[in-house]
Design a protein around this ligand. Structure first.
Ligand code: ADP
Ligand code: MG
Length: 287
């Protein structure tokens, strides 16, 4: 599987771009798309899913132009949009049968497939109750099940872990890991911890642009040997923030423990092992 995004821009109105001259080459495995709100993640995923077209540029899947011929993508695609809505009066079985019909999936294996998905997503117990009675996390899992009905080769999840509790997140991660053997899986998030334990590669987006792309070590290496911890008086914090990028703070005996990224660490700092979170905040701050 090769997904190629070539110089893609999406212009929403005069001077308003969702994506600006964006290029990336994606192969099988799990890609984490990381960026703050408004970075362009949904804009990009919608164009890959062929529910929106680029204003400029091209997108190909295995060398097939999917802007011109959307069907090649749609046949192999599973997509969970950020604002996915479910039908409150249908139960999970009915909803998945309905979605299958919409996607043109039928046959005698459908029932077994639905059963397998409901089991894998821990929905069996409530599968005969109307979706309107489900919690946010359960609705989200129905949305995830829907993406997998057609055994997709490319699966896009737009902020899939919003609304999931920690246990549900673990389940989701396991499901995705099983899926990713020979598929392209792209999941977007604005939260580093949703991505760092699962993604083979990470793409960091800001203001409609790609600011870094590679495996996690490559990205973390951008801040190798520049992450430190130190303790300062509370009243020094604003002065400290002017000189260094503060990643996190915590209170300790009336003082502040600071984790920060800097080329010029203050005295009495202790070097820390850099994380994806450090690198993400650093790259966001410099570009
Ligand atoms: N339909 C739209 N019309 C106008 N501007 C939009 C539309 N959708 C998104 N945008 C703008 O495009 C930018 C990228 O948005 P989006 O792709 O939703 O980012 P993300 O998913 O990373 O939060 C934002 O500035 C957003 O306001
Ligand atoms: Mg979004």
């Amino acid at each position: 599987m090769h997904l190629e995004i070539q110089n893609v821009s999406k212009k929403y109105s005069k001077d308003k771009y969702g994506l600006k001259n964006f290029s990336i080459h994606i192969e099988k495995g799990i890609l984490g798309l990381l960026g703050a709100n408004g970075a362009g993640k949904s804009t990009l995923l919608k164009m890959i899913a062929t529910v929106s077209k680029p204003s400029l540029g091209n997108i190909t899947l295995n060398k097939n132009n999917i802007v011109k011929d959307a069907n090649y993508m749609r046949q192999q695609l599973g997509f969970l949009p950020q604002d996915f809505g479910v039908y409150p009066n249908l139960n999970a079985y009915e909803f998945l049968e309905y979605m299958a019909a919409m996607k043109g999936i039928g046959g005698k294996n459908l029932r077994a497939k639905i059963q397998q998905l409901l089991e894998g997503l821990n929905l069996i117990e409530n599968a005969k109750k109307p979706i309107g009675t489900y919690s946010g996390g359960m609705k989200q899992r129905v949305g995830i099940a829907q993406t997998l009905l057609n055994n997709p080769k490319i699966v896009l999840f737009d902020e899939p872990t919003v609304g999931l509790d920690p246990e549900e997140r673990v389940r989701f991660r396991n499901l995705i890991s099983d899926l990713a053997n020979d598929c392209i899986v792209i999941l977007s998030s604005h939260i580093v911890s949703d991505i760092d334990t699962i993604a083979d590669k990470v793409a960091i987006m800001k203001s409609g642009k790609l600011i870094e792309y590679g495996n996690q070590n490559h990205i973390i290496n951008q801040v190798a040997d520049t992450v430190f911890e130190t303790i300062i008086d509370s009243n020094q914090i604003s002065n400290f923030k002017e000189k260094h990028l503060v990643v996190s703070t915590s209170r300790i005996n009336g003082k502040l423990k600071i984790r920060y990224v800097s080329q010029n660490p203050v005295q009495n700092s202790i070097t820390q092992k850099a994380t994806l979170e450090d690198a993400y905040l650093y790259l966001n701050s410099i570009i």
